[in-house]
Design a protein around this ligand. Structure first.
Ligand code: DHB
Ligand code: FE
Length: 293
């Protein structure tokens, strides 16, 4: 059967993609950001998954205000990097996994979570920047991402957004779905976005290091309490775009220490943790958790 072996958490700052694509990674400003992912790139090689279930948010790229799915699963065979205004990022196309994605859609919808099924969409920095950070630079034509990817888009842009608790519960349903797929494959689940940032209004530029690091502690060590954090706390403490962090709870809820909303098994191993300010307008957070059972 399929198995979730690890979860990865990372910010998705678009300027990180631009720094990579424009060859600026060795500039003093960017060096410490990319240094935080040196471990991770080697870890990806040593722990290569068969499929990545990648939880991210679209930024009014594939979904405009015309259509706002709360949770959308990509069931396509291929996704094209989106043009977000400056041309598409020069990165490889994203290969999907229609069979596993369809199985997850069937299972999760039957577990009473209403997913939108997406057979065609472009993917923006929310998905491609985490891939670049974890997998390194790839030639857009001759290169490839290390494995098929199932994009799972969460609405954290237009209110009302799902709560951390709903995301945590959904992660548990996704794990059940993956574990009922009849093929011996290893799956990573990634939660992306965050950490504290606010891009508009009177508090534009807000960063809250103390809250971010306390939240990281909670997400790793006491996920049940972390899931109970109300959405207003994210917005008040981590800024309007800090709400992207609820997506990390989908990945955390899918880890094997959690069942029926409770901790039932040994905590996953923390393989790596990193935090850095600034990167563009955002605090960058990153963690890797490995299942021990
Ligand atoms: C920035 C961060 C984001 O998460 C985003 O989607 C767009 C911009 C920023 O820090 O500039
Ligand atoms: Fe964002």
């Amino acid at each position: 059967m399929a198995k979730i072996t690890a979860s990865v958490y990372t910010s998705h700052v678009p300027a990180i993609g631009a720094a990579l694509d424009l060859g600026k990674t060795h500039e003093d400003y960017w060096k410490p950001v990319f240094a935080g992912y040196d471990f991770s790139k080697q870890w990806m090689k040593d722990n290569k998954p068969d499929v990545i279930f990648l939880v991210y948010n679209d930024h009014a790229t594939a979904f405009s205000l015309d259509m706002i799915p709360t949770f959308a699963i990509g069931t396509a065979a291929e996704y094209t990097p989106a043009d977000e205004g400056y041309g598409a990022r020069p990165v490889p196309k994203v290969k999907g996994h229609p069979e596993l994605a369809s199985h997850i859609a069937q299972s999760v919808i039957q577990q009473d979570f209403d997913l939108t099924i997406v057979n065609k969409m472009d993917v923006d920095h929310g998905l491609t920047v985490p891939l670049s950070l974890m997998c390194g630079e790839q030639d857009p034509i001759k290169g490839a991402w290390p494995c098929p990817i199932i994009p799972f888009a969460v609405n954290v842009v237009q209110y009302p957004v799902p709560s951390g608790q709903r995301c945590f519960n959904l992660g548990q349903a996704i794990r059940k779905a993956i574990e009922s797929y009849d093929e011996d494959i290893n799956v990573h689940i990634w939660g992306t976005g965050g950490m504290s940032h606010q891009l508009q209004g009177a508090r534009a530029g807000l960063i809250n290091r103390e809250w971010d690091n306390n939240w990281l502690d909670l997400m790793i060590n006491d996920p049940v309490a972390c899931a109970a954090v109300p959405h207003i706390d994210y917005v008040r403490e981590a800024g309007s775009e800090g709400i992207e962090l609820v997506m990390w709870l989908i990945a955390r809820g899918a880890m094997s220490d959690i069942q029926d909303g409770k901790v039932v098994g040994p905590a996953p191993k923390l393989a790596h943790r990193f935090y850095h300010v600034p990167a563009s307008n955002t605090a960058v957070g990153h963690a890797i958790l490995e299942n021990v059972i």
